[in-house]
Write a protein that binds this ligand. Sequence first.
Ligand code: MN
Ligand code: MN
Length: 364
Amino acid sequence: MPLSHRWTLTRYLIEERRRFPQASGDLNALLLDVSLACKAIARVVAFGELGDSLGQAAMAQGGGINVQGEEQKHLDVISNEIFLRMNGWNGHLAGLASEEMELPRQIEGAYPRGKYLLVFDPLDGSSNIDVNVSVGSIFSILRAPQAVVDSGRDVTEADFLQPGTTQVAAGYAIYGPTTMLMLTVGNGVAGFTLNPNLGEFVLTHPKIRVPEDTPEFAINSSNSRFWEPPVKRYVDECLAGRTGPRGKDFNTRWIASLVAEAHRILMRGGVFLYPRDTKDPTKPGRLRLLYEANPVGFLMEQAGGRASTGRQPVLGVTASALHQRVGFVFGSRNEVERIERYHQEPSGPDRGNPLFAERGLFRN
Ligand code: MN
Ligand code: MN
């Protein structure tokens, strides 16, 4: 299709806004600044070793270990700075929060404060960067509480602790062979491909739908000894293949990068599990609710897929801390619903189903 026939991200946002004549346009302007940050990060990532930005962050650069106790790469710090710099000035935000910062960031005094909150994982999958595997940036936009907007006061952690159902927009950019932006403003999911000549995101994947069924599942099986019985049961049944209770063969996938897994699932279906497990009882899951599970969950639900903790829809969870972790299962609707069903059914050797007792799937 000739380029002139395709919509740019700007046009998509304008056409979406026309459905809401009362909308101010602030959200569109904010999303364009977020997309600019993603384009800037895509350039830094693309230069790789040539750009002198790989490797561990030095303490002098404000890096080292982040608030999660995880190693911070130099690129994590650079990407965080790009997000802050490109979104802090525009007057649409009341505050920002990031994986890389323990506390919310205030809008600096010289700039006006707006009505939205931006929460982001500036560089997801950064542990994969040294092996040239796709990385990405994930973002979620919330409304600031009215009291914050009215008073113009500083934001606090509590202002960000909203359930994912309140998200106004969410998405991610993926820096792979091509740079893409996947976005929802609450009316389906649209995918844009960066045209490197124009520096524009161009709509290439309108109205993305996640297939309801899938033969692919993704889970870090090295944690299998820590899985809870419903997860063990699900994986055992998939592995049993055609001769097991599912009656069909499955394939496994594991990239260990949330953005890359979410992208594969948006493109062709699949189910991803990083469930709550017994490895470290202080951590209810691995992924972070506000800037990983919520935005990816919003995209999945808007594409007809499903996103869950295993026990409840992930978008229904109200965060109790900015960096809260959560068990996360998402993707093709019928598989996620099956996993939720397994969590509701009684489990253990006494769950009274002779079929499964006989197969020993629940033996500890
Ligand atoms: Mn991440
Ligand atoms: Mn990250």
